[in-house]
Write a new protein. Structure first.
Lengths: 295, 297
């Protein structure tokens, strides 16, 4: 009787949240999957089922492939830049935990992660600016020719990677610091007694033991890299000033197909590709963690 | 009672010198690390410092090399120009309204759902929780297009309600509160209250919520900044100039050809300074919240 009463309370209490959740999460996710199989142009009334035709079209769509390649390069570029730097900075901040400056270091590294994307991107737009930017001024000072950072097809991708890494670094550092704090102190003391130097115990103890954290941070960084949009929107306007067109990314391509070309079904199939990538990355993370557990 | 004789050997002068040398070496290493970390910190902050500095510069000084950090003759012309050209304050107001409402919704739903999932062990609930957790990895960008059409059919495009629709619940928030409920609220406490005749709702309100204050605070800060920095969703939901959030307003403002860097910097600084101050004040909450995202095992 009592149990039944508690069950009723639990269900009643969870119901409003569940209803909201179903409406703003489950339904749109299911709808994305469904729409990807339909040809739906907002303007036309009928919505014919086309099976996998949208996906087949994607494989030959130059704009989409361009976006996929750019986004992948950005995501992995951010990963390669962020993880080693975060690991080293976190180790050093952890080493200086007891100093008065530790709080300042943490805050300084973390602020770029929390500030609004667009104003922060604006700061970098000025830094990279070909005529007014301090970066080119610095380069010419050292006798290196000035570059048109934001209009060169390769350099503009690098600019976005730098901006995204600058933002991602703080998060990775913070998670690593938590990781360092959870490592067993006794192991380091033993290593020290055996004559291991600081860098040695970092290399042979910290890095292997932090592997699960590295895996987690890597996946988070990659996933947010695949969702890059605001950074490209602000930094990569093309020569005509159209935002984000210089470096086409997946989210931009998707929104353009949906709201400029009115091809919602097609855009949904792009969203499904994004979902598959993210799920794939998450699965890799879990399977690698499990493998580790077995050893 | 016999005391083990501890033989104390007087250290030789060489040994003392060795100790001094080691301590000095350690101090040198720490000093080098501090120097490195200070340089890293400055480099991380420099873009933002320059942005704020540029906001107060005259067009002529913007071009000067090397760039000055403290403007020679500071001007607020950029600010007044931006405030005249754009409804900047309106955008900030929209963003604040959106972020506050989203925070309230997320904290409320997470508190209730996290408590129920943490303390009521029924099979139905476990299945539901797995469902919540499974959707947590689906990025917002994946399902925002259908959600847009839902907002459209509700007639709430171009309003704070439309913005809110995308940010009502947070799977991670539910997970975070559930973990806290499991670790910090003992079953015995709830049972004792039940034996004393307390109703379930009373227990939630008067026992559970006060114990969750820390975790809910951390979640609130996370939720606020999440909405405050949202970009893609406000971008598609708002299409009228007066309904933009600050992120969208600025992003579209900077695409104009006639806009100069001084004004853009002024507009950006207006947004950055309060949010950095807010972050510094709430840093402990924030760090606690973010740190717990890494402990998902």
């Amino acid at each position: 009787m009592l149990k039944r009463k508690r069950w009723i309370f639990a269900i009643l209490a969870i119901l409003p949240t569940l209803a909201l959740f179903a409406y703003v999460r489950l339904y749109p996710i299911a709808d994305t999957l469904r729409l990807s199989l339909f040809k739906w142009d907002i303007l036309s009334k009928n919505k014919p089922f086309v099976g996998l035709a949208n996906f087949r079209e994607l494989t030959g769509d130059h704009l989409f492939i361009d976006a996929l390649v750019n986004t992948t390069i950005i995501a992995f570029g951010v990963l390669i830049l962020t993880i080693p730097m975060a690991l080293i900075i976190a180790a050093l901040i952890f080493h200086r935990t007891r100093s008065r400056m530790a709080g300042f270091y943490e805050t300084a590294v973390f602020i770029p992660h929390v500030v609004s994307l667009v104003p922060a991107a604006m700061a970098w737009k000025w830094i990279f600016d070909a005529r007014l930017g301090p970066l080119n001024a610095l380069l010419t000072f050292f006798g290196i020719p000035a570059q048109s950072w934001l209009f060169d097809p390769v350099l503009s991708v690098i600019c976005i990677i730098i901006l995204c890494s600058w933002q991602a670094l703080g998060y990775a550092v913070l998670i690593y610091i938590v990781g360092f704090k959870n490592l067993p102190v006794s192991l380091y003391e033993a290593a020290k007694l055996d004559g291991a130097s600081g860098p040695q115990s970092f290399w042979y103890l910290s890095i292997p033991m932090l592997k699960p954290i590295t895996l987690y941070v890597s996946v988070v960084t990659l996933v947010s890299g695949f969702n890059v949009y605001a950074q490209a929107f602000v930094l990569a306007s093309d020569a005509q000033g159209a935002p984000g067109r210089q470096v086409r990314v997946l989210v931009l391509d998707m929104l353009e197909n949906s709201f400029r070309n009115y091809r919602v079904g097609y855009a949904a199939s792009e969203a499904v590709v994004l979902l598959v990538i993210v799920l794939g990355l998450t699965l890799i993370q879990f399977s690698m963690l499990r493998e580790r557990g077995k050893v | 009672m016999t005391v083990n004789p501890v033989t104390y050997i007087e250290p030789t002068t060489e040994e003392l010198a060795e100790g001094v040398r080691l301590r000095r070496k350690k101090r040198m290493t720490n000093f080098a690390i501090d120097v490195f970390l200070i340089i890293v910190s400055i480099l991380m902050l420099l873009p933002l410092v320059f942005l704020v500095a540029n906001a107060f510069k005259t067009p002529a000084e913007m071009l000067s090399w090397p760039p000055t950090i403290i403007p020679r003759d500071p001007t607020i012309a950029n600010f007044s120009a931006v405030l005249g050209e754009t409804p900047l304050l309106r955008w900030i107001g929209n963003s604040i309204a959106f972020a506050v409402m989203s925070t309230i919704a997320i904290v409320a739903t997470s508190a209730i759902a996290g408590y129920i999932f943490g303390k009521f062990r029924f099979r139905t609930l476990n299945i539901l929780f797995a469902l919540f957790l499974a959707t947590a990895i689906v990025p917002f960008e994946v399902y925002m297009i259908p959600l847009y059409f839902q907002a459209k059919s509700l007639g709430i495009l171009n309003s704070v309600w439309g913005l809110l629709l995308g940010y009502l619940v947070m799977s991670f928030g539910i997970f975070l509160i559930r973990q806290n409920v499991i670790h910090s609220i003992p079953d015995e406490l709830l049972e004792a209250a039940r034996i004393d005749g307390a109703g379930e709702f009373w227990i939630f309100l008067h026992i559970v919520l006060p114990l969750l204050r820390g975790a809910l605070g951390a979640l609130a800060v996370l939720a606020f900044f999440q909405a405050w920095t949202a970009f893609a969703w406000p971008m598609i939901v708002t299409t009228t100039r007066t309904s933009y959030t600050i992120e969208v307003g600025l992003a579209l403002f900077q695409t104009g050809f006639t806009v100069d860097l001084g004004r853009l910097s002024a507009a950006s600084a207006t947004v950055l300074i309060p949010s950095i101050l807010l972050f510094v004040v709430l840093r402990r909450n924030f760090v606690q919240g973010v740190a717990s995202t890494g402990l998902k095992e």
